[in-house]
Design a protein around this ligand. Structure first.
Ligand code: F6R
Length: 497
């Protein structure tokens, strides 16, 4: 992304409007007097903020306002003319008198000449823009040359379709023509502030920032503007390759890393937490990883996760809303996932993204499992899907004090103490059950306990073959080769959200 672009990504429309208001007000405090204004649904929240602020001290009345565009052929007083829009959404409430809007009720030539005269006589300090789904700015539709000044334009059907919501949902009532400030006029303003929210704008925003500079995407010219601020919500940002942060919380360590837009790790800390407070570690390290841009944060954590609320006896989290804690404290978009599921996702994105489904099993202190289907983590209740360790596999009812009788984890505990226990066989039983129930295309085994010999994998495969029902497709069983899979999984999963 170009250095002249300042990109601010917000949680939602309200936050986008509040951020835009901050930028707008700062510009006034810096002494600017001439503001380019936009209509449409996007800036309404910003205008509400301005009106609210004007109630305590009206610093807005004496500024000059220059609007981008106006429908052609609507009476000024028509409720959907941009003249009426500005009057009702902003100008009346702030007592603005120095306002300029192209006049859609004059002869075309006169309107154009009159408005261009005004634009030529003034320099706009900050031009506010919305963006069309097709990348238009003002009403400069795709194909408009970048050199144009105030012009008369035929609206594309996509634009009329998008705007029919203001005209009783009847496209025939949407004017066919409009007058608009030209792209050359927009580019002449000292600063540009463009806002967008909602998924329908995501492609236009991607093309504006990363696409080729072409009249087919009018907003792409803004890449060449020396001072552009883009304030968009997560939905409008959903197609951008945004850098992310991952935090991985295991029973022994906290790992924190940043990933650039190409998914490379750019900064990395590993902290043993032992008896330290995990939140204190996050509070110490996370700020070091935050940049100017708002990041998305993915957290993977051992334990149950329900809508960001964590229950983890090992980590002493009891019904703790980790998601809200981090979102509020750091103003980030946070997703919290169960660690085994994050690992499954990390394996999937790093190596197996062409597979339709992947089941991941870790054999570490305990035995955990996670499941990715069609590119999504399948979370299940409490964020746990593939709790393979709880599967009952042993008719002789291996017993431990904590695990269910006959469960794979109970067998595993017995095996840790006595290598004569046929763990491979019981493990293969559990894996076969997984295959019979969810039929994943690939199963990744991650053996993290150094005391376990990797040769058990061949034995497991043999048993799985023995247990498999004739005629079912063979699931391939592979050994994990991805490092930091849960960290990568958490950071990448949140990117897709
Ligand atoms: C409005 C304008 C248009 C809109 C764009 C997005 O003055 O020039 O470019 O900004 O059509 O419209 P909304 O905000 O309604 O999605």
């Amino acid at each position: 992304m170009k250095k002249n672009i300042r990109l601010l990504i917000t949680k939602d429309y309200e936050e986008m409007s509040a951020k835009a208001f901050e930028v707008f007000k700062q510009e006034i405090l810096n002494g600017s007097k001439n503001f380019g204004m936009a209509t449409g649904s996007t800036p309404i929240g910003l205008y509400k903020n301005i009106i609210a602020d004007s109630k305590s001290k009206n610093i807005y009345a004496d500024l000059s306002y220059f609007n981008l565009d106006e429908y052609y052929g609507l009476e000024k007083e028509h409720e959907q003319s941009y003249y009426s829009f500005m009057k009702h959404q902003l100008f009346d409430a702030i007592n603005a008198s120095n306002t300029h809007i192209p006049d859609g009720s004059l002869e075309i030539e006169n309107s154009i000449v009159e408005y261009q005269k005004i634009l030529d006589a003034n320099v706009i300090d900050l031009q506010l823009l919305g963006i069309g789904n097709n990348g238009h700015i003002g009403f400069n539709e795709p194909g408009t040359p970048f050199e144009t000044h105030t012009n008369f334009t035929r609206l594309k059907n996509t634009t009329r379709e998008a705007n029919k919501r203001f005209f009783d949902n009847d496209i025939d009532k949407v004017p066919e023509f409009a007058l608009t400030m030209g792209i050359a006029d927009i580019m002449k303003s000292k600063k540009v502030l463009i806002l967008a929210n909602g998924e329908s704008k995501a492609t236009a925003i991607y093309n504006m920032i990363y696409g080729e500079v072409t009249p087919l995407v009018p907003a792409s010219i803004l890449q060449t503007h020396p001072d552009l601020t883009v304030v968009i919500d997560y939905k409008a940002a959903s197609k951008l390759p945004i850098p992310t942060i991952g935090i991985d919380i295991s029973s022994t360590r906290v790992k924190i890393a940043t990933f650039d837009i190409h998914s490379n790790k750019t900064a990395y800390d590993v902290i043993n937490h032992q008896d330290q407070d995990i939140l204190a570690i996050i509070d110490e390290y996370l700020p070091k990883h935050l940049g100017d841009m708002t990041y998305k944060l993915g957290v993977s954590i051992s334990g149950q996760v329900n809508d960001g609320i964590v229950n983890s006896s090992r980590l002493s989290f009891k019904h703790f809303d980790l998601k809200s804690y981090l979102e509020e404290k750091y103003n980030l978009d946070v997703t919290v996932v169960n660690r085994a599921n994050a690992s499954a996702y990390g394996e999937y994105v790093s190596k197996y993204s062409t597979e339709d489904s992947l089941y991941y099993v870790t054999i570490a202190t305990g035995i955990g499992g996670g499941y990715v289907f069609n590119g999504e983590i399948v979370s299940g209740k409490n964020g746990l899907t593939g709790e393979i360790g709880n599967m009952i596999v042993d008719d002789n009812n291996a017993k431990t004090s904590i695990f269910a009788e006959g469960s794979l984890e109970a067998v595993y505990e017995a095996y840790k103490n006595n290598k004569d226990v046929n763990f491979e066989k019981y493990f293969a039983k559990a894996v076969s059950n997984i295959i019979h129930v969810i039929d994943p295309s690939i199963i990744v085994l991650d053996i993290k306990n150094p005391e376990i010999d990797l040769s058990i994998i061949d034995k497991i495969k043999e048993y799985v073959k023995e247990f498999s029902i004739k005629g079912t497709k063979q699931t391939s069983i592979v050994v994990s080769q991805v490092e930091d899979e849960s960290l990568i999984g958490a950071a990448h999963f949140v990117k897709q959200k």
